[in-house]
Design a binder for this molecule. Structure first.
Ligand code: HEM
Length: 231
């Protein structure tokens, strides 16, 4: 390890991956909170999205920050994976980290694959909803204010079984990614004593279940309520 360049070392990259991962988890909590307003009907969700848009330059700064954090996360993840491959003999990098032995589970072994799927999903998702697939957004009026009808776009997208079940499958993989990522980020930051490791792993499992589960019910809810409505 190069002591003079801590951020360029594998541990430094793991720290970047961990810190950026924690910020991305915070974004997901806020995003899920906004999305869950859809259960209260279209007006609340559309007004929420409209208020966010009303932040103007502040929102662009937040979006640019989110993109930068996302890129840090992805690049450091690929670098750590490449270094692990290169240095198979480095026992520290492969089997242990600051807080104790690594957890080897299906979720941990598949981090790179679930990560790549999310990497493909996110631009497609933003194109689909933020840019409405290149089409003008439908418009609605809430209490006399004209605004984008994002709710209608989401409902229409999830009326399609391929989209609804495809989303649900990706949300399951998101859960796997978060399950290991939660524990691993704290481990990389040395933020837990080895004896707390099982507890943190359980907390991570519950966190992943709630977050990914919250996202997962949305496409299924829209699909089944619309199928029910059509029947
Ligand atoms: C069922 C699940 C989801 C639904 C229904 C959903 C819905 C939406 C909608 C409607 C927008 C557009 C918001 C706007 O234009 O104001 C959006 C944006 C976005 N979503 Fe999701 N989302 C879901 C899951 C996710 C997940 C799992 C991620 C990340 C892994 C994610 C990341 C993003 C990002 C980065 C944006 C752009 C935010 C911005 O630029 O302001 N979404 N989502």
């Amino acid at each position: 390890m190069n002591q003079n360049k801590p951020l360029r070392s594998t541990v430094g990259k793991k720290v970047i991956m961990a810190v950026s991962g924690i910020f991305l988890m915070l974004f997901l909590i806020v995003h899920l909170g906004g999305n869950l307003t859809m259960f209260a009907g279209s007006d609340l969700f559309n007004s929420y999205a409209h208020h966010l848009e009303g932040l103007g330059p502040l929102l662009w700064v937040a979006e640019a920050g989110l993109l930068a954090i996302f890129l840090f996360h992805v690049i450091s993840a690929f670098q750590v994976v490449a270094e692990k491959k290169r240095a198979r003999t480095d026992r520290y990098a492969v089997t242990a980290s600051k807080g104790g032995p690594s957890k080897v589970t299906a979720a941990s072994k598949s981090m790179i694959y679930t990560g790549i799927i999310l990497l493909l999903f996110i631009p497609a998702h933003i194109w689909m909803f933020k840019f409405n697939g290149g089409e003008p957004h439908p418009v609605t009026e809430v209490h006399g204010t004209e605004m984008k009808d994002l709710y209608a776009s989401v409902a229409e997208a999830f009326a399609n079984p391929v989209v609804a079940f495809g989303y649900a499958a990706v949300m399951f993989l998101l859960g796997m990614h978060l399950r290991h990522g939660f524990w691993s980020s704290l481990q990389s930051l040395g933020a837990m004593a080895p004896k707390c490791s099982p507890l943190i792993y359980t907390v991570g499992f519950i966190f992943a279940l709630l977050l990914a589960g919250g996202f997962l019910v949305l496409p299924l809810y829209f699909y089944f309520t619309q199928i029910g409505g059509a029947a």
